[in-house]
Write a protein that binds this ligand. Structure first.
Ligand code: HEM
Length: 599
């Protein structure tokens, strides 16, 4: 749907109102206003009929594309999209509607969306013409209110510049230094969970005699936990230490001011969703100024986190200057936590500061971006990982055996290096399969710049381009008939046994710089795995996220056995999934966690 030409409509209305009242000998401001309002309303109605009914049905150059049936008159497939988790209808359409890489469907007010379904069209949108497809204006506006113009929001040359300067901080040769940070935080969260489990296990026995009963002793080591909460606390601390050099302390205390403020900014409320819907009708700047609680909250909470980032940058600059001038820094300036000690100045902020390419304010934007992009994504991957392992105990046991055989127990307080994690084939296969099977980001959107084409077909401005990992990652045409099975073994087939070098890692499938795409998992194309996208706008944190997930998963599975609390959830269709930027269980993921001795 072409976007509403607010300015043109308002200008025409003003001109027409002026002409009509100026013919009168005497006229009042009220007459001018009412003439303006009448012309304005008339034009909006004409525009609406054109854009909502005539354009998509009779004039759009996309109207001959295959599309799902059962459109509502004004809302296309919107009711279904709203009712089902993001990506599920797309998965069905991609596999059931014959298509040549493009499927059109209609959204609210018959806005046109184009789902990109095959490797040829994906490669065009993501790699060869990547800069012709930008973030939709409303998405960009919502993000930039909080994040400023960081890497996630920047477009064109600004994006190219930022990406080039930040790449060294996310290249594997730097990420490998962060493995000990990931492992340390894995150890910390495992310890905290173990304490929680033993306390909960005990409290479920009411009398002291019950607590002493040896038959019930085993049960003291078991409790129901909500995986998402623990995962989210662990990944918040990790992104804090690894990106900012600041420990949020969320594992120890989930209710710190910073933690609470962070949740206010980054967890969308119902009101946020309603305001987002309003942007379909009103300009973004106007919606942002509506005096609603959400708008106030966002402004104050984002302001607070930005001020914390500013302080961190200042401290870090001072510390670096002191180090350069030969001073080791005063005792009280030294990092407080074990994790921070393990990572003196390997955090991403330090590397970005060293590059000298960013102003302090732009560095704040980048830090906000890493907090937004790198926290809930990995926490969501952990949540699904534990669910899938609880559902498939054979996979879980095999993984536990591998971990216990090759890695030190968290109790040993030993350091773990990248080489130790990366040489565990089953751990890496399980992580890849989790990321394929339940991609944390179910879908993402783009809009064409004027004149953009896909496979020679002009894509009108305002059309939404939909990239759906939840569809592509499970497409049998790309993965084979077992696409809908969680089968880590697919990543072991034909795997070279040699250890990968830093160069290999930087250029792996969908590599952080998007140069080269090696296929894996037995898929027929490199583009079959869409979790981190591909090309210049692929996830820059891919190597970081994979390493973090592997370390967390290894420490959790080594220490605990997980089993489903609710057997009905064995069928994933019984789990209601919350929409938003990441797709996770709506009411949390509750599992039985039992401490396993001997490690
Ligand atoms: C499993 C975890 C993760 C997943 C599934 C994931 C997925 C993605 C996806 C799909 C995008 C593209 C979004 C779009 O353009 O529409 C993206 C971009 C990005 N991600 Fe990640 N991400 C993960 C972890 C991380 C981490 C840990 C960081 C940082 C430490 C990070 C930083 C970024 C940044 C900065 C971008 C913007 C890149 C650009 O536009 O050049 N991500 N991520």
């Amino acid at each position: 749907m072409p976007s509403i030409p607010w300015r043109v409509i308002s200008l025409i209305s003003l001109a027409s109102a002026y002409v009509s009242v100026s013919r009168e000998r005497e006229w009042s401001a009220w007459q001018l206003l009412s003439s303006f309002a009448t012309t304005w309303t008339f034009q909006i109605v004409c525009w609406a009929v054109w854009a909502v009914i005539l354009w998509p049905k009779y004039f759009s150059p996309l109207r001959d594309l295959p599309e799902p049936s059962g459109n509502s008159f004004l809302f296309g497939q919107f009711h279904r999209i709203r009712k089902e988790p993001s990506g599920i209808p797309h998965r069905e359409w991609a596999t059931t509607i014959p298509n040549d890489g493009l499927i059109r469907y209609l959204g609210p007010f018959n806005q046109e969306r184009v789902l990109i379904t095959n490797p040829k069209t994906l490669s065009e949108v993501l790699v060869t013409r990547s800069y012709d497809f930008v973030k939709p204006a409303d998405v960009e506006h919502a993000l930039s209110r909080i994040l400023g113009v960081g890497l996630l929001v920047a477009e064109g040359d600004e994006h190219r510049f930022q990406r080039k300067k930040l790449m060294p901080a996310f290249a594997f040769r730097h990420v490998k230094d962060l493995y000990p940070v990931f492992w340390d935080k894995g150890r910390e969260v495992v310890e905290a969970m173990a304490e929680h489990i033993t306390a909960r296990g005990l409290s479920s026995f009411s009398s002291p005699s019950e607590q002493m009963d040896p038959e019930r002793k085993g049960k003291r080591n078991s409790a129901v936990i909500e995986v998402g909460d623990w995962a989210s606390r662990a990944t918040l601390d990790i992104i804090g230490v690894a990106a900012l050099g600041k420990d949020f302390g969320a594992i120890r205390d989930p209710d710190t001011e910073l933690g609470r403020t962070y949740r206010r900014v980054f967890s969308p409320s119902r009101q946020a969703q309603r305001l987002a819907l309003l942007t379909l009708l009103l300009p973004n700047w106007l919606v942002a100024r509506i005096p609603a609680k959400h708008n106030d909250d966002i402004a104050s909470a984002a302001g607070y986190i930005r001020s914390v980032c500013r302080d961190l940058i200042r401290e870090k600059r001072e510390k670096m200057q002191a180090a350069r001038s030969g001073s080791a820094g005063r005792e009280e300036e030294k990092p407080a936590t074990a994790a921070a000690v393990a990572a003196p100045d390997v955090d991403i902020l330090s590397v970005a500061l060293e590059s000298g390419a960013f102003s302090d304010e732009n560095l704040v934007d980048q830090l906000m971006t890493f907090l937004a992009a790198g926290h809930e994504t990995t926490a969501t991957a952990m949540t699904w990982a534990i669910y899938l392992l609880a559902r498939q105990p054979d996979v879980q046991s095999r993984l536990r055996r591998e971990v216990r055989e090759h890695l030190p127990s968290p109790a040993a307080a030993a350091k773990v290096s990248s080489a130790e994690i990366d040489r565990l084939p089953y751990l890496n296969a399980v992580c890849s399969e989790v990321l394929r099977y339940f991609s944390p980001v179910p879908l993402t959107l783009r809009e064409p710049v004027p004149g953009a084409t896909i496979r020679g077909r002009r894509i009108p401005s305002g059309t939404r381009i939909v990239l759906a990992p939840w569809a592509t990652n499970r497409d049998p045409a790309l993965w084979g008939e077992d696409a809908d099975e969680f089968r880590p073994e697919r990543w072991l087939q034909g795997q070279g046994q040699g250890e990968r070098t830093a160069d290999d890692r930087d250029h792996q499938d969908g590599g952080a710089d998007g140069k080269k795409h090696g296929s894996g998992g037995g898929a027929s194309s490199n583009y079959a795995f869409l979790t981190f996208l591909h090309g210049p706008r692929s996830c820059i944190g891919q190597a970081f996220a994979r390493a973090e997930l592997a370390c967390l998963l290894a420490s959790w599975v080594g220490r605990f056995e997980f089993a489903l609390r609710d057997e009905a959830e064995r069928d994933e269709r019984n789990i209601s999934v919350k929409g938003g930027a990441t797709a996770k269980p709506e009411t949390g993921m509750y599992v039985h966690a039992t401490l396993v001795d001997g490690w």
